[in-house]
Ligand binder design. Structure first.
Ligand SMILES: Cc1ncc(COP(=O)(O)O)c(C=O)c1O
Length: 492
């Protein structure tokens, strides 16, 4: 490790020169240089502390000493591949299995969420002998080619030809989606869309290999599917000979508070055929896992192709994975997610009562979203306002992101050691910022319903993606309070 700390501009210059320009950075016009982190806090090169409200990778807290120690101790002893017998591999698999329904009993250890989802697709194709995949609107499942194909969040950004074996079902978003909270049975309505899609695929001679969905959509805008949706989808998909893949890369490991896995929010009668895990699994150490049934694993084995992964399931990763599970239990982080998550969503709900810009609050545990709209009836996305909120928070040393198809959903997914005091702080700041924005926009609570305010008629500025942003903010482009320059999504 280099002991020299470069001046920030030098780091920026070297990054521009040597790192691919498509590797985006948070707050590109004034990026943050982080040099250390602890718990839910990150520190820049000047020692300034930032409250981290977005880092679901540092699940049990940045640089948790137990996790660091477990990794270092194992690294001193041995690190090698899984072609040798090692207790860490089997003990860790056993520990993970104990958190899951009984039939999900076979693990494949890999190194990233993308690798996990790519392997899940291979398992599905091999097990079913079918090719077609159903994915959800706005889904993101990873950066490798097979996953860009099933990630509308990404493939809608490019001109690349859409894979004809991939079918996009409506996102089960009961706030902004096709069937909303006022629908008598949104779960069935959304599941019927999948059923109809399957019939359409059959009509064209295709066959369904899998339906894949995040148990709660994150990049898609913190979407919480209605209870019963997954059960019905699984029924339709299995009837067609396909399987159900639950992507828990963002939301697993107790984040939702009431359950260890977010798919369990759907009810005990729902069990996916494959679960993929990533991000929080190693608290920042690059590792991930695919868990499936014996039947799916045996079908994969029968293909005759051996599966080898140089780093997946190495003793160091497994030691780290076990330490993460230990800390979740020892510090009751799932319980903390439940308690602090409820506290946070209650605070956010109060903001909704107070601020016309707040259209919807949704959350489970420490996974919450605040959707900003300029009109509560038309649901006009308040994209520029959401970007303004995250910029102003950053100026006050709080890290939050805005995502979703309109980039107007403020996403909360902090390390699980987040406290009620942290929640108070971030919501208090948001309250001030929203008050200022609403004053600038002339938005008042009494006209929040159905009244299109003057601001939407003004000329629209363009963000750095070339999208038009709706904002009535009177920004002076020359000032530091100017219109936010970076409007790219922030994602971990
Ligand atoms: C839901 C989901 N699945 C998979 C991935 C891919 O994980 P990774 O970046 O570790 O490859 C991501 C990453 O953001 C994700 O959000």
């Amino acid at each position: 490790m280099s002991s020299e700390i470069l001046v920030k501009q030098k780091t920026i210059d070297l990054r521009k020169k040597h790192i691919g320009p498509s590797c985006k950075i948070f707050f590109s016009h004034d990026p943050i240089k982080i040099v250390r982190a602890k718990g839910q806090y990150m520190y820049d090169e000047k020692g300034l502390r930032y409250l981290d409200c977005i880092n679901n990778v540092a699940h049990v807290g940045h640089c948790h000493p137990d996790v660091v120690k477990a990794g270092a101790q194992q690294m001193e002893l041995l690190n090698t591949n899984s072609r040798f017998l090692h207790d860490n591999l089997v003990l860790y698999a056993q520990r993970l299995q104990a958190t899951l329904p009984h039939k999900l009993s076979v693990c494949y250890f890999v190194n990233s969420g993308s690798e996990a989802n790519d392997l899940a697709l291979r398992l599905a194709w091999q097990y079913t002998g079918h090719k077609d995949i159903i994915t959800l609107e706005n889904a993101y499942h990873g950066h490798v080619s097979s996953l860009i194909d099933i990630s509308p969040y990404k493939f809608h950004q490019s001109d690349a030809e859409h894979n004809q074996s991939v079918h996009v079902a409506p996102s089960p978003d009961v706030y902004r989606g096709k069937y909303r909270a006022d629908h008598p049975d949104p779960a069935s309505a959304y599941a019927d869309e999948v059923k109809d899609m399957i019939h359409g695929v059959h009509g064209k001679g295709g066959k369904i290999a899998a339906f894949i969905a995040e148990s709660l959509q994150s990049c898609g805008g913190q979407v919480i599917p209605p209870v019963g949706y997954f059960q019905q989808v699984a029924q339709h998909v299995r009837k067609a000979g396909g399987i159900f893949i639950a992507d828990e890369v963002q939301v697993g490991f107790g984040r939702v508070g009431t359950h260890f896995w977010a798919f369990q929010l759907q009810g005990e009668d729902f069990v996916p055929d494959i679960v993929t895990m990533g991000k929080p699994i190693g608290n920042g150490h690059p590792m991930s896992c695919v868990v499936t049934t014996k039947e799916v694993a045996e079908a994969f084995f029968s293909s005759g192709t051996q599966y080898f992964n140089t780093f997946g399931g190495n003793p160091v990763s497994c030691a780290i994975g076990m330490a993460v599970l230990d800390v979740i239990v020892k510090e009751d982080l799932q319980g903390n997610a439940l308690r602090v998550g409820r506290y946070l969503t209650d605070l956010l709900e109060k903001q909704k009562e107070k601020h016309p810009l707040v259209g919807d609050i949704r959350g489970r545990g420490l996974f919450a979203g605040m959707e900003l709209v300029k009109d509560r009836l038309k649901l006009t996305p308040a994209t520029a306002e959401a970007q303004e909120v995250i910029y102003r928070l950053k100026e006050q040393h709080i890290l939050l992101s805005a995502d979703g198809p309109h980039r107007n959903v403020l996403k909360f997914k902090p390390p699980m050691c987040f406290t009620t005091e942290d929640a108070d702080l971030v919501v208090e700041k948001i309250d001030h910022i929203l008050t200022e924005l609403e004053q600038a926009l002339g938005l008042k609570m009494h006209n929040a319903l159905g009244v299109e305010n003057e601001s939407s008629k003004r000329k629209l500025p363009t963000d750095e993606n070339g999208h038009q942003c709706h904002s009535g903010l009177a920004h002076d482009t020359g000032s530091s309070r100017g219109f936010p320059q970076q409007t790219k999504r922030l994602r971990t």
